[in-house]
Design a protein around this ligand. Structure first.
Ligand SMILES: Cc1cc2nc3c(=O)[nH]c(=O)nc-3n(C[C@H](O)[C@H](O)[C@H](O)COP(=O)(O)OP(=O)(O)OC[C@H]3O[C@@H](n4cnc5c(N)ncnc54)[C@H](O)[C@@H]3O)c2cc1C
Length: 380
């Protein structure tokens, strides 16, 4: 039962159809095996890149799809409804390209952006450190200027695509001036001294590799710094506003996928002589799940339209991330309940969806941090 979408143009409606067909052909048949064996699906990202789905919100002159966020996010939702790890990866890749696009010089953009947007080069985003997650200004990884190079030393924790990516967007300290002492660099994966620690053993999103990236005196040419020295944290945080919309869309897709499994099961499963969906107590659970999914979708789309119109949207992005991820946690948990004992087994993906939903409330700023952003904005 595909979601009925109001797409702004005929071209964007076609894009949704293209995504659906690609998802059923290339993604759905591979999900279970990759998630069960914790295998990172690098080829799937190449396929998405070749279909133009990794570059949608970027201008055509750099090889992007020239689509507004309202369209990009709905494509992302369709991908995540089938495979959350790939949805997260698509969003993280967009986040990794964001800084170059927004603050890069024309020369930097011309040199690197087309390959990044084509999906030939997969990106990762290195902000967090072991002792600096919610409070990134506490980071210690240092980039020390040495002539026409910086030398980066430290460790960036929790890197999605760590050890799999082709380039890393890295925030590192260039002075001791707190949040104003951080700069942003694009570091190629094959830089000597750069390596990935062993991947984290996670509760969910097992097809998405997460690892600490170790920087042992990694030499990075000055031309690979994005923006001015000291501008790194604002670049990272501006990227996160857009990234949070991505996570909101991914969480909505995940919840949509769980809802569909629950509805299908509830129509077939009989108890007390009728389908369980026809017992009002359970029908109301499904009704609440549907309401939660639709509210999440409406909330991220409202925020995306503000962004597309060039208006401030930081508060709305945090609201979208908060609502969509909390709703995804509730909807996926309820999906397990609708399936009863079967929901608690690996015979159905409902339990996986529930495990995957949990991390959505944690990364790209925990939902406590989203509330902090919203409250600070309200107090201004
Ligand atoms: C699977 C996965 C993938 C990730 N991918 C990336 C990535 O690609 N790049 C990257 O840079 N990072 C990534 N992260 C890191 C993620 O963004 C951080 O885990 C997150 O920001 C929280 O930081 P922390 O884990 O250090 O928790 P902490 O900051 O230690 O927080 C612990 C608890 O305290 C709460 N808390 C902290 N400060 C406050 C406050 N002021 N008010 C109220 N409550 C507060 C938090 O909400 C949380 O509940 C990833 C994490 C995971 C799990």
């Amino acid at each position: 039962m595909p979601v009925t979408r109001m797409m702004p143009t005929e071209e964007s409606a076609d894009l949704i159809e293209l995504t659906r067909s690609l998802v059923s052909r290339e993604l759905r048949p591979r999900v279970e095996a990759a998630e069960t064996t914790s295998t990172f699906p690098r080829e799937v990202f190449r396929t998405l890149g070749r279909a133009g789905l990794l570059s949608l919100p970027y201008p055509e002159e750099f090889g992007g799809g020239g689509q507004v966020y309202e369209v990009y996010l709905q494509v992302l939702e369709e991908i995540a409804a089938a495979w959350a790890s790939v949805g997260v990866g698509t969003s993280v890749h967009a986040l990794s390209c964001f800084g170059l696009f927004t603050v890069g010089t024309d020369e930097q953009k011309r040199q690197w952006l087309p390959e990044m947007l084509s999906g030939e080069q997969l990106g990762a985003y290195c902000l967090s450190e072991a002792h600096a997650g919610s409070d990134p200004a506490a980071m210690r990884t240092r980039a020390t200027r040495d002539g026409d190079h910086y030398v980066i030393k430290g460790a960036k924790a929790w890197t999605t695509h760590g050890g799999q990516a082709d380039f890393y967007k890295v925030m590192a300290r260039t002075s001791d001036d707190g949040g104003r002492g951080i700069s942003c660099f694009l570091v190629p994966a094959d830089s000597p001294g750069l390596s990935a620690d062993k991947p984290e053993q996670k509760m969910g999103l097992t097809g998405s590799t997460t690892a600490t990236m170790l920087f042992e005196n990694v030499s990075v040419p000055v031309e690979r710094r994005l923006g001015a020295e000291g501008q790194g944290l604002p670049i990272a945080l501006a990227g996160l506003d857009a990234g949070r919309l991505g996570i909101a869309a991914v969480a909505t897709g995940l919840a949509q996928g769980a809802l569909e499994i629950a509805i299908t099961y509830a129509k077939e499963r009989q108890a007390f002589g009728k389908a369980i969906i026809d017992h009002q107590g359970l029908g109301f659970v499904l009704a609440d799940m549907a309401a939660a999914v639709e509210s999440a979708r409406a909330t991220y789309l409202a925020a995306a339209r503000l962004k597309d119109a060039g208006k401030p949207y930081s508060r709305q992005a945090s609201i979208a991330k908060l609502i969509a991820t909390d709703n995804a946690m509730k909807v996926t948990t309820d999906a397990v309940q609708v399936l009863g004992g079967a929901g608690y087994t690996k015979d159905f993906p409902a339990e996986r969806y529930m495990r995957e939903a949990k991390v959505m409330q944690i990364f790209e700023g925990t939902n406590q941090i989203q509330r902090l952003v919203i409250a600070r904005d309200l107090s201004r």
